[in-house]
Design a protein around this ligand. Structure first.
Ligand SMILES: [Zn+2]
Length: 192
């Protein structure tokens, strides 16, 4: 008997964009220019079909979807009692420079970039047919180029932050994003 496909799968796409040469840091409607990866000049686009959900994700699924509280590790690695149907807030895409391979046991990024250069509230969550699409765009607001090499999703429960998904390293990365450039991150979950 053939192996059955996973019933829930997570896909991630990351695209790095240059700041607008004419208008940055002011926003504008100019066409976005994808960063050219070094050394071969290929576009800085990363797609991964079997993105890693974390064991933390399972704990929060249990608490908030299946009405069963769990002890769950937060981003500091501390076990927190998450009661059934806890309010979740601040769904956020996070990004950083860590390049060690991600694992399902991860509870935080390896090296999250500081402030808004490493964190952006999720802009939209859209359910359509068998897919859910989660996206946000992070802008490098720091003083220098950031070599992004990892992304993830976090949420807040009871004042603590929890990592639901983690992808590292970005194959062909890191993606060098100049000041004012952006990192567009899209997660697509599919049920089948
Ligand atoms: Zn422009």
């Amino acid at each position: 008997m053939a192996a059955r496909a996973p019933s829930i799968s997570l896909h991630v796409k990351v695209v790095a964009y240059e700041p607008c040469a004419r208008h940055a840091p002011a926003p504008c409607d100019c066409p976005d220019k994808v960063v050219s990866k070094l050394p071969d000049g290929s576009p800085a686009v990363y797609e991964h079909d079997t993105d890693l959900g974390t064991t933390v994700l399972l704990g929060l699924l249990s608490a908030n979807l299946l009405d069963t509280g769990q002890n769950v590790l937060d981003t500091t690695g501390t076990s927190r009692s998450v009661s059934a149907n806890s309010a979740v807030s601040s769904p956020t895409i996070v990004a950083g420079t860590g390049s060690t391979a991600a694992a399902v046991s991860d509870t935080n990024l390896q090296s999250q970039s500081s402030g808004s250069s490493g964190s952006q509230a999720i802009a939209s969550v859209v359910v359509s047919g068998a897919t859910i699409t989660i996206s946000a765009t992070i802008t490098n607001g720091s003083a220098g180029t950031i070599a992004y090499d990892e992304v993830g999703i976090v949420v807040t429960v009871g004042g603590h932050t929890f990592l639901l998904a983690h992808d590292a390293p970005l194959t062909g990365g890191p993606f060098n994003v100049s000041v004012g450039g952006t990192l567009a991150v899209t997660y697509t979950g599919t049920v089948s």
